[in-house]
Design a protein around this ligand. Structure first.
Ligand SMILES: N[C@@H](CCC[C@H](N)C(=O)O)C(=O)O
Length: 269
């Protein structure tokens, strides 16, 4: 039996497995089975902790419910920072991902993560062909990478958008060779936007931290907001700041819902 921790950031929920002391056989198929809300534990992402090396406190591997691996997960990064801080009492944690190192800092009850630089080139997202990422050839959309691919669609009324229909269509659009997370944004004012995200490999979630970073960056590039804003998601608020050096800071809460154990060999594969 393998211990797990169920955590979430604004309802974006994770099963966290600890493979730091002993490797765990979390294949893509097993991750999908764990994430299944009927046959497994259920979550938006499965997070596997692996040993940190060369200055990193931990390596965080991120898998979506379809088994695919992701390069970034903002909400999970805050959760893992608080988990590691609980072990070491440190206020600054370095989390390594396949996209690079992320620095997290405790701010009272909240955690702030330097999500690294927003990448704005079409090859960075990636898109299928050369173009200005500020104006995609459909809808009113822009794109960028936060270590994972994001498209942001600007809409006048978020409540009127059929996110569950449009989201999967756009996620699989040939413009996105690695698929994409699709964020729908309504600008309330230059310091406040609303966002709902259809996540690549996961579907509709209550919050997406990297999506919130991408939404603020794309809104600021369009001149619709300043470089800092509150992003209201269905699960609650994140504060996002796009620094002048290109790095994006994300501040928000973390929570542990429950802990338990799971028999990985008993999962339906
Ligand atoms: N929930 C995450 C993003 C998780 C990965 C994403 N679905 C992808 O495939 O890129 C967040 O909080 O950023």
């Amino acid at each position: 039996m393998v211990p797990f921790r169920k955590m979430h950031g604004l309802g974006n929920d994770f099963v966290v497995l600890d493979a730091r002391a002993h490797p765990l056989p979390v294949t893509p198929a097993r991750a999908a089975a764990i994430a299944d809300r009927r046959w497994g534990i259920g979550c938006d992402q499965v997070i596997v902790l692996e040993p940190g090396t060369d200055g990193a406190d931990v390596f965080m591997r991120i898998r979506n419910p379809d088994g695919s691996e992701a390069g970034a997960c903002g909400n999970a990064t805050r959760c893992i920072a608080s988990l590691i801080a609980g072990e070491t009492a440190a206020d600054h944690i370095t989390i390594r991902t396949i996209s690079g190192d992320l620095l997290a800092e405790r701010l009272g009850d909240l955690w702030r993560v330097d999500m690294g630089p927003a990448r704005l080139g079409w090859q960075d997202v990636p898109l299928a062909r050369a173009m200005d990422t500020l104006r995609l050839p459909f809808e009113d959309a822009a794109a960028c990478s936060m270590g994972n691919p994001h498209a942001t669609l600007f809409v006048p009324d978020l409540d009127a958008v059929p996110v569950a229909t449009l989201g999967p269509l756009l996620e699989h659009d040939p413009l996105f060779p690695d698929r994409a997370n699709i964020g729908f944004v309504q600008v309330i004012n230059p310091e406040h936007i609303r966002l709902t995200v259809w996540e690549r490999g996961a579907g509709l979630t209550l919050a997406c931290g990297s999506g919130a970073c991408a939404a603020l960056v794309n809104a600021a590039r369009r001149g619709l907001t300043g470089r800092a804003a509150t992003v209201t998601l269905p699960g609650g608020d994140l504060h996002i700041e796009w620094r002048t050096d290109g790095h994006v800071l994300m501040t928000g809460p973390v929570a542990t819902a429950f802990t338990g154990t799971i028999d990985l060999d008993a999962l339906p594969l």
